[in-house]
Design a protein around this ligand. Structure first.
Ligand code: CU
Length: 130
């Protein structure tokens, strides 16, 4: 291998290294230390569900004042449903939030839960509706 070829290899290695480092640090910022748990309950109305969300930080403490959006869709039918976005409201206890949404049919659904501060995270939770 001549010196010029070696330079190219070294440069490529450096680019690869910094790219992976940058994406790792970007992920650390966007993924955040927040954790999102939820429970889903039936309401009196068909296909309606009430979600109770619990948001905690990296130290396991409840996160108050969070802005939370829930978007649901059916993974098996992309773009086929248009369930309105649900905004979760504080539910009495620190770190606890509640919202309701109505699915359009029975089957497997997935909820994208996005917490937009303080701290940020986005998680997907799958659930079944009968
Ligand atoms: Cu469907």
């Amino acid at each position: 291998m001549n010196a010029k070829r070696l330079d190219v290899v070294m440069f490529a290695a450096l680019i690869g290294w910094s790219a992976s480092w940058l994406s790792a640090s970007a992920m650390a910022q966007t993924a955040g230390p927040l954790s999102v748990e939820w429970t889903l309950e039936k309401t009196g109305k068909p296909l309606e569900r009430e979600a109770v969300l619990t948001i905690t930080n990296g130290q396991g403490q409840p996160v108050s004042g969070a802005s939370i959006e829930v978007n649901v869709e059916m993974p098996s039918m992309p773009m086929m449903h248009r369930v309105p976005r649900a905004i979760a409201k504080p539910a009495g206890q620190p770190g606890r939030y509640m919202t309701r949404f109505t699915l359009e049919m029975a089957g497997e659904w997935a909820a994208q839960i996005e917490v937009k501060g303080p701290g940020r995270t986005k998680v997907i939770k799958k659930f079944n509706v009968d």
